[in-house]
Structure formats: structure tokens, C-alpha cells
Design a protein around this ligand. Structure first.
Ligand SMILES: [Zn+2]
Length: 344
């Protein structure tokens, strides 16, 4: 983690729609009634990492204000990336999940005394991308937290966290702004004509829309949209698509598919809530009940494929593999009429 990244995460946490969460956190820190583990959860791109990094600043800053001051000795160390009591764990380059060794190293580091004589803060981001061994290793630390230690976890998929982990963390739910507020904020960041479409693709999460704008995902939007629209009508040409995607921004295309699929799944779960009077007890009548489960598995596979796409693997085979699964999922898409009211 380099200094400018942490600074920009603090800036992200300063977004207007996060003001309520920030105020509650600041009050809890000042009154010293913060539980030892917080889970920052929200839709992908809701600002989990930013708010967790900001909270780490709040906990370590010695100024005692309602935000990290940015000037004290501890803030300076944090911003320089050298604070000895701040430990951050994330997915390492070319890895697809947080490794158990990283969690063991973290536990060891937290077991030692605070260097600065105050708190120790650990941030695990994203905590929902760990394997079962990592979760078990983390559970030990959560069950018997060392003195003066705060754990900050981020997640966008609660279903990927074991109940034993969830139940030991205090949940901090991150809200999303209304689309009008999101568009206003995005236009202030950078003038663009297509923020509306980018915001829809990002499921209403402005930070994600901003990230995608920078990555150039809008250039692929029409092409990808046409591809999946055709996929509902006739089976996808798996080999042909893999061949052309391989040569043209494969990671960004996999990212687009992830967002598209996440949107379908979200719509399906919202409509199932409405049908079942807000009880999450399944899909609406007529839907294949396995579609949600297989959809979430496919979402995991897309994410993993995207992470691997930059590595040494055979890209053609990697793309063919996920496209076969996507084609099969779409083939069984008797539910599409309900979950895709507008297009695709
Ligand atoms: Zn400070």
C-alpha cells in the first residue's frame, strides 16, 4: 500500500452519502465503545475499503477528532505506508484469494506489543475472498483477540463469509446514494456523457462506475450487450468468442460479464423478495430454483478467471471454460423473462 492510495481511500470515505456511517464510527471511537471486529459490508464498490482505511486512520490518529487529521505523527506514518501498528492484508499479485499464510503472519504480528504504545489495527480487504483454511486461521484471532487490537474486514458478498466469522463482527452496512446524487457526484469528478449507463452497469455504485470509466469499460459495452442478447436466442459460439476476446481486452470483458451477471442475480433476488412478502425464501414461481445458486457459482468462476487471465495460463482454454458455463446457465434461463425486464 503506497501513500497516495491510502490518501485517496480516505478521500473516498469522505463521500457525502457515507457521512452518517462516518459520524457513527467517530462517535463510537471517541466513546471507546467500538467492538474489536468490524465488518464493512455493502454492494461491490460501495466504498468498503475506503471506509475501513479511514477507520484505521481514525483509530490510530492521536488528534482525537471525528476524522483522521492527516498531520499527526501517526497519520504521517500511515500515509507514508510505514505505521508499525497498522497491518493490511489483501490479495497478492497473481493470487486468486487471501492465503492462509498471510492470516497466520497477521495473527503473529497482532500477538506482539504495540510499537507506538496504543492500538494495533488490522485490515483485511476483501475478507470475502479467502479459502476455508484462511477463515479458520482468522477465526482463532476473532475468538481470542489480542489486547488493544482492532480488526477491520471488508466484504461485498456476505454469503461467502462463514457464519462463525460474521457473528463475531459488528456489521457496518454501507449505503449507496440515490442515482440522482450519484450522477451529480460523478459529474463533479469528471464530465462524461455516459455516466448514466456506467452507473447502471455498476449497479448504482459510484466508486465502481468511476473505476470502470478509467478502465475503458464503456467502449466494450455495446459489443458485450449484443453478445449476451444473442446468447439468450441461440447458444453462444464458445470457441469463436474465446478466440476474439483473447485478442481484445479479455480481463475487461470478464469484468463486464461479472457486473452483468451480478445485476441479473440482484434483480432476481429483489423480485423474489417482493413475491414472497420480503421473505428471502426462493425465486418467484416458474423459476428454476437452482438458477441463483449456479449463477453465484458462475460469478465466482468469472472473478477467478479474470484474476487468472493476466497469468501464464492458456487464455483460450480459460475463456472457453467460463463461456461453456455461461452458455449452459443461459440455456437454462427460463427465468430470464422475469429477471430481465428491459433488455438482454
Ligand atoms: Zn492524525
Amino acid at each position: 500500500m503506497t501513500a497516495p492510495e491510502l490518501r485517496s481511500e480516505w478521500q473516498q470515505a469522505g463521500a457525502p452519502w457515507l457521512a452518517g456511517v462516518r459520524a457513527r464510527l467517530a462517535e463510537a471511537v471517541q466513546q471507546e465503545r467500538l467492538p474489536h471486529a468490524l465488518l464493512f459490508i455493502g454492494q461491490e464498490g460501495a466504498g468498503q475499503a475506503g471506509l475501513a482505511a479511514w477507520t484505521a486512520g481514525l483509530l490510530l490518529c492521536i488528534a482525537g477528532g471525528d476524522e483522521p487529521c492527516g498531520n499527526c505523527a501517526d497519520c504521517a506514518l500511515l500515509l507514508a505506508g510505514t505505521h508499525p501498528d497498522f497491518h493490511r492484508v489483501g490479495i497478492e499479485e497473481e493470487a486468486t484469494a487471501i492465503r492462509v499464510e498471510q492470516i497466520r503472519d497477521l495473527a503473529e504480528a497482532l500477538g506482539t506489543r504495540s510499537y507506538r504504545g496504543r492500538r494495533k489495527v488490522a485490515m483485511i480487504d476483501p475478507a470475502d475472498e479467502m479459502n476455508i483454511n484462511s477463515f479458520n486461521a482468522l477465526l482463532k484471532t476473532l475468538e481470542e483477540p489480542p489486547d488493544q487490537t482492532m480488526l477491520l474486514l471488508t466484504a461485498s458478498r456476505a454469503d461467502r463469509l462463514p457464519a462463525t466469522i460474521r457473528s463475531r463482527c459488528s456489521r457496518q452496512q454501507l449505503p449507496l446514494p440515490t442515482s440522482a446524487a450519484a450522477l451529480e457526484w460523478l459529474r463533479r469528478q469528471r464530465p462524461r456523457d455516459d455516466w448514466e449507463r456506467l452507473l447502471v452497469l455498476a449497479q448504482g455504485a459510484p466508486f465502481l462506475a468511476l473505476e470502470h470509466a478509467a478502465a475503458g469499460i464503456a467502449d466494450l459495452d455495446t459489443d458485450m450487450d449484443n453478445t449476451v442478447a444473442a446468447g439468450w436466442q441461440a447458444p453462444l459460439d464458445v470457441v469463436g468468442l474465446a478466440d476474439s476476446w483473447r485478442a481484445d481486452r479479455p480481463e475487461l470483458r470478464l469484468r463486464w460479464l461479472e457486473l452483468w451477471l451480478a445485476g441479473r442475480l440482484r434483480m432476481a433476488s429483489v423480485s423474489s423478495d417482493a413475491v414472497n412478502n420480503n421473505r428471502r425464501s426462493g425465486l418467484p414461481p416458474g423459476h428454476d430454483p437452482t438458477m441463483m445458486a449456479t449463477g453465484y457459482r458462475l460469478l465466482d468462476r468469472l472473478r477467478e478467471a479474470r484474476r487468472r487471465a493476466g497469468g501464464p495460463l492458456n487464455l483460450q482454454l480459460l475463456l472457453e471454460d467460463v463461456l461453456v458455463d455461461l452458455a449452459e446457465w443461459m440455456r437454462r434461463g427460463a427465468w430470464r423473462a422475469r429477471s430481465n425486464p428491459s433488455k438482454n
